[in-house]
Design a protein around this ligand. Sequence first.
Ligand code: ASP
Ligand code: MG
Length: 409
Amino acid sequence: MSKGLVVQKYGGTSVADVERIQNVAKRVVRTKKEGYDVVVVVSALGDTTDKLIELAHQITAHPSERELDMLVSTGEQVSCALLAMAIHKLGVDAISFTGAQVGIITDNSFTKARIIDINAKRIFEEIKKSKVIIVAGFQGVSLNQDITTLGRGGSNLTAVAIAKVLGAISCEMYTDVEGVFTADPRIVKDARKIDRISYEEMFELASLGTQILQARSIEFAMKFGVPIHVRSSFSDEVGTIISKEVRAMEDIVVSGVAINKDEAKVTICDVPDKPGIAAKIFKDIAHENINVDMIVQNVSRTGATDISFTVPTTDLNKTIRVAKEISQKVGAGAIASDKEIAKISIVGIGMRSHSGVAANMFEALAEKDINIEMISTSEIKISCVVKKDNGAAAVKAIHEKFALSKKKG
Ligand code: ASP
Ligand code: MG
């Protein structure tokens, strides 16, 4: 009689080479021998996905997205087959599958497909035979039988979706760090591992630059109430539990600090201050599929105003081109841009019920003489844009100001 079904997802660093794959195999076998049914989801070995994308770009600057998915999905096929072999070597029965084989059906949006349905029939059949199931993460198949992928970091989404469909008792995400930290430990030496965090906070942190889990996977987990345990594949320590908000979480004003260095700021100068102009500008930008993040505009006293906004750095050139066209159309002035920025954000559901949080964040930056270029806030987060060079110092100062290294509760 099984103690229940667990899903374990291993990220690229956890299966980076043969030795690590063997290490993962041992952990999987241990869990199986403890009496659980185990479904494993794997990422591609190390930085395989980056390398494959690079290869495509050596052929053409604009590879077909269908062919890109065909290409990058091979990474996960390699790791799941190798892991199956490593488990066999330990004398345990295991079988690997591609996304298509286990019926992960998606829409047609190559490179960022959405899951429509999972028909896990094959998984159930093989579990009954007491096998360990290994599923290639990150991939699915469209209704037209084309291979699709679920966006970078998409193995997380595979794991959460499978955990939901199979009614798993836990969904463990194995990575190379001990859990989710109050800030990136490479920047803040005394960053603290968070024991428990809400879906909402984790979703914000992931969207704001904390790279440990794909934001979409957390959205999915939140929607279906799949509890996640982020932990290290190199130790047995308990990691971070991501779950529904519980009462005690509200007392924590700030849960973590995130930094994103992958955005650039664009300013359209001397924009006529008239109704309808902002709508025109951002319609044209959206039309080019550019994702605008922060926007700052003030009422002018002279009849013309500057509008600044941030976009992913990868879209900067396209944005400048579109902004120039728009500027001519609406009779605005020059376009300025700056890649050397960093967005620093704090996140915490306690912000809903505490005041003065923004003031404290700004004060932390002021004390270090760091200038704030843009600000945006929402219910559970505050973001400031600063010069990229000041990014690390800003994170440290804010972490210190809110005393995040001290254990709460
Ligand atoms: N291998 C894919 C990536 O690097 C998917 C994943 O790791 O989750 O984005
Ligand atoms: Mg990867």
